[in-house]
Write a protein that binds this ligand. Structure first.
Ligand code: IFM
Length: 444
């Protein structure tokens, strides 16, 4: 990589990110069943019906994994805590072994000089709560608040930052309107309720953590650039609706206390009554904003389809193995737009960015020049955004390890470190070595 640490401000944080269900091995340590186990067990939902039962066995191998993070010269490690590992039924009895695991994991980060950046929910809803309607049930704000209190009473004194929920769009829209993630529902009313309740839960958890005296509280949003697929006014409007649903609903709710009118047009009839009363809780002040960025979509109007009456059209840019167009400029544009329109001087972090590829091992090595190029281009856009005035304070590569890529199973490899899913052997890829050189030898 041509860029190094020296191309960023001195206090800029470099980290790498993972999530609990994707790497830990949910069959270990007394964790409860999750809606992902149920979704994966339903034919047709997940490639080869794979689940997170063993994953990367990070539950037992975390010291080795954290050694890799530290050896690469990263400053921080972004991880998540599994609700079902701590509370197997989502409420009630605590699994002491689960809480102990996160306690050990936190200390292991600190011992290696890694700042813990925690997320409280990265998608593994306990099945017992899914039985009660999960994100469709307005009580989920209180269930999540209780879980937050249990976790942060134990860990809160050692967290650098905490975000309640990873990627609210995925939790709500992708999972309840598009049906492409657990619980796999395709229903506009379910989606509208999830779109509101996910932010309600964010607000309740934030309130609880403030009550515990904690700082470093933020939110993590996945943003996707919405590009009109043609010059028509209809497609311009369709792209604005896509932008509203994907990006502006969550940013607007959390940073302005209001939902965009262009989305309320379709969702308001389905929102829970009295939703307006929750907006102050949802938009209480935060300490930072996290952006997960991967790609853009090309959106065209589809007047025959019901609201939001749009479709996405394949783009012409080079694509990753997820079939996602590589569009680094979008990261710059989002960092600038977020600061200008939503967050002002609030610190911004790129909390996820990375690409999937095949990544085979040949002669004991895993070469991934495509990923080095992807990181280089996106880091350049981060540097450009900083030069343009965006207060970006850190960047996290997704992901440390090849892992469970949800409905794609173990086929899509995002890691800096290759994982052999038969032997669980870890092999640092070329991108890991490039990142290490940029952060250590060349950068210091
Ligand atoms: O693997 C996911 C992660 O769980 C959330 N953000 C996007 C990543 C790549 O799809």
């Amino acid at each position: 990589m041509k860029l190094t640490r020296k191309d960023f401000p001195e206090d800029f944080i470099f980290g790498t990110a993972t999530s609990s269900y994707q790497i830990e091995g949910h069959a270990f340590g007394g964790a409860g069943r999750t809606h992902w186990d149920d979704y994966a067990a339903t034919p047709g939902n997940v490639s080869r019906a794979e689940d997170g039962g063993r994953a990367c066995d990070h539950y037992h191998r975390y010291p080795e994994d954290l050694d890799l993070v530290a050896a690469a010269g990263f400053d921080a490690y972004r991880f998540s805590i599994s609700w079902a590992r701590v509370l197997p039924d989502g409420r009630g009895a605590v699994n002491a072994e689960g809480l102990d695991f996160y306690d050990r994991l936190t200390d292991a980060m600190l011992e290696r000089g890694l700042a813990p950046y925690a997320t409280l929910y990265h998608w593994e809803l306990p099945s017992a709560l899914a039985d009660l309607g999960g994100w469709r049930n307005g009580d989920i704000g209180d269930w999540f608040a209780d879980y937050t209190e249990i976790v942060m009473t134990r860990l809160g004194d050692r967290m650098a930052t905490v975000a309640p929920i990873n990627e609210p769009w995925c939790v709500a829209w992708l999972s309840h309107f598009m049906g492409l993630q657990a619980p796999g529902i395709r229903d506009i009313r379910a989606a509208a309720r999830a779109m509101h309740h996910v932010l309600l839960a964010h607000g309740r958890a934030t309130q609880v953590m403030r009550g515990l005296g904690m700082g470093g509280l933020g939110g993590v949003f996945n943003l996707e650039w919405s590009n009109p697929a043609d010059d028509s006014e209809a497609s311009r409007l369709a792209a604005a609706r896509y932008d509203g649903i994907y990006n502006r609903w969550f940013m607007g709710g959390v940073f302005k206390g209001e939902y965009p009118a262009i989305v309320l047009e379709g969702l308001e009839p389905h929102l829970p009554s009295g939703w307006q009363d929750d907006m102050a809780l949802i938009s209480q002040p935060l300490d930072w904003c996290g952006i997960n960025y991967y790609t853009r979509k090309n959106i065209a109007a589809d007047p025959r389809a019901p609201w939001p009456s749009l479709t996405d059209v394949p783009g012409v840019l080079p694509k990753t193995y997820m079939d996602w167009e590589i569009y680094p400029e979008g990261l710059h544009d989002f960092l600038i737009r977020t600061a200008r329109e939503y967050t002002g001087d609030l610190p911004l972090y790129v909390t996820e960015n990375g690409m999937a590829a095949h990544d085979d091992i040949m002669a004991g090595e895993c070469r991934d020049p495509h990923r080095i190029d992807y990181y280089e281009k996106h880091l350049s856009e981060v540097a450009r955004a900083i030069a343009g005035g965006a207060p970006v304070k850190g960047y996290f590569a997704w992901s440390l390890l090849d892992n469970y890529e949800w409905s794609f199973g173990y086929d899509k490899r995002f890691g800096l470190v290759h994982v052999d899913f038969d032997t669980l052997a870890r092999t640092p890829k070329g991108s890991y070595h490039a990142m290490k050189a940029a952060l250590t030898e060349a950068g210091r």
